[in-house]
Design a protein around this ligand. Structure first.
Ligand SMILES: [Zn+2]
Ligand SMILES: [Zn+2]
Length: 219
């Protein structure tokens, strides 16, 4: 019982915000919102064990780090996957009970964040063409906007920041597949000799090759 209670304790927002800089560099707008989103989700999903939780983030990698800090689901642990859907939202599921929820940003907050993101993206686009002095000034102005957004959201309740809905999906799909977590059928690539999971190799001109040697890097 003691163990179960200890295991089920998720970080406070303060603790999650202290973790983010260690994995992300600093607390940015998206990692802040990700942490809030993750903690809000933990209040709404029934879990007996932390390891039954799996998360699929539908956007920004920054948000994924905030969610990881809050939920302790990580890419490395196989229970946090990136879904390239281009939306600031995430699925949270208990793969044992099959319960799943989805959280998204309130549209007004979402648009506010998009506008800031556009300004930041324009800055990085312009960066090679502007002077160091201009760059410093523009970055400082952006930092002020970032800080003021986080300060503003910090005063807003979870129900005002997010929209919560039930999700119709099997939470098992939010976990990394077993053949990404284990090398259960190892074979040697016939070009580089690396030990490789056989289901990931390709036969090319009669030889079993790893993806790198077959020229399909990263897929
Ligand atoms: Zn970030
Ligand atoms: Zn190879």
């Amino acid at each position: 019982m003691t163990n179960e209670k200890k295991e089920m304790k998720f970080p406070s927002l303060k603790e999650a915000l202290e973790t983010i800089p260690k994995i992300h560099g600093h607390v940015c707008t998206a990692s802040y919102l990700g942490a809030r989103m993750g903690l809000y989700a933990m209040k709404h999903i029934k879990l007996k064990r932390k390891k039954d939780l799996a998360v699929g983030v539908e956007i920004l990698t920054c948000a994924a780090d905030g969610i990881a800090a809050a939920t302790q689901c990580s890419f490395g642990g196989g229970r946090l996957i990136h879904l390239d859907h281009g939306k600031f939202s995430a699925f949270f599921g208990n793969w044992m009970t099959k319960e799943a929820i989805r959280l998204k940003l309130n549209p007004a907050i979402d648009m506010e964040h998009v506008l800031y993101g556009n300004a930041l993206s324009k800055f990085y686009h312009d960066l090679p063409k502007i002077t160091m002095e201009d760059a410093k000034k523009r970055k400082a102005d952006l930092k002020k906007i970032e800080d003021s957004l986080i300060e503003k959201w910090d005063k807003i309740s979870d129900d005002e920041l997010f929209i919560l809905e039930k999700a119709d999906l099997d939470p098992n799909i939010l976990k990394a597949p077993l053949d990404q977590q284990y090398i259960s059928k190892p074979i040697e690539c016939e070009s580089c000799g690396d030990i490789t999971e056989s289901s990931k190799t390709t036969v090319k001109e009669g030889r079993s090759l790893c993806k790198t040697c077959a020229g399909i890097f990263g897929e």
